[in-house]
Design a protein around this ligand. Structure first.
Ligand code: GDP
Length: 211
């Protein structure tokens, strides 16, 4: 996957979501992917999505990646957050078991309830593997969950950037292999359903919500 600074033209527009308990590292993961930096973030507030342009297998993609803006703490994510998503990244913290069990107890149920797109690709991500000595959730548990739930799986560290790019790349590759999602991605371009503010850097942030 190549980052691209060219924003004018793109072949497909995909909406990706980050979900999971507060504090698992969703915003850091997003920041790490979109701007290659790690910084200690206070809990996410006010950022709804970031945009990244990438080239994958010769196709120019515009990825609109939605973060929960802290609302997951109050369990107030609604159907509009999930609507029109082609990919969902479910994040847990390998050092906090409840963030893993909540994926099946809460988050998977919410996806079933709100995500109307049956073909939507899901990816399970165990974050903070740089804290290996504090690990509570084994890699095998992640693999087993992913197998049972039928989703992709990777462990990563948003801090060291280990596997961060791969998480998004694997998800996007799978989306590109799914004809119905490709059709949605190109319809998004045609209908111009997403309006981006003039970006200041490679990644742009916007609060407008025009999906
Ligand atoms: P969110 O609430 O899920 O968006 O979580 P944040 O991105 O705000 O991260 C919560 C805390 O975990 C912050 O203090 C981050 O700096 C820290 N954090 C995020 N990712 C990692 C990681 O991969 N490794 C370590 N050690 N800390 C991380």
């Amino acid at each position: 996957m190549e980052s691209s600074s060219q924003r004018g033209e793109f072949d497909y527009l995909f909406k990706l979501l980050l979900i999971g308990d507060s504090g698992v590292g969703k915003s850091t993961l997003l920041l790490s992917f979109t701007s290659n930096t790690f910084e200690d973030l206070s809990p996410t507030i006010g950022v709804d999505f970031k945009v990244k342009h990438v080239t994958v297998k010769g196709k120019k993609l515009k990825l609109a990646i939605w973060d929960t803006a802290g609302q997951e703490r109050f369990r107030t994510l609604t159907s509009s957050y999930y609507r029109g998503a082609q990919g969902i990244i479910m994040v847990y913290d390998v050092t906090r078991r409840e963030t893993f069990t909540n994926l099946s107890d809460i988050w998977a149920k919410e996806i079933d309830l709100y995500s109307t797109n049956l073909d939507c690709i899901k990816m399970l991500v165990g974050n903070k593997v740089d804290r290996e000595s504090e690990r509570i959730v084994s890699k095998k548990e992640g693999i087993d969950f992913a197998r049972e739930y039928g989703c992709l799986f990777l462990e990563c560290s948003a801090k060291t950037r280990e596997n961060v790019e791969q998480c998004f790349e694997e998800l996007v590759l799978k989306i590109l292999e799914t004809p119905s999602l490709l059709a949605e991605g190109s319809a998004g371009v045609k209908n111009n359903i997403f309006k981006e503010k003039p970006p200041q850097s490679d990644a742009s942030t916007s609060r407008c919500c025009s999906w």
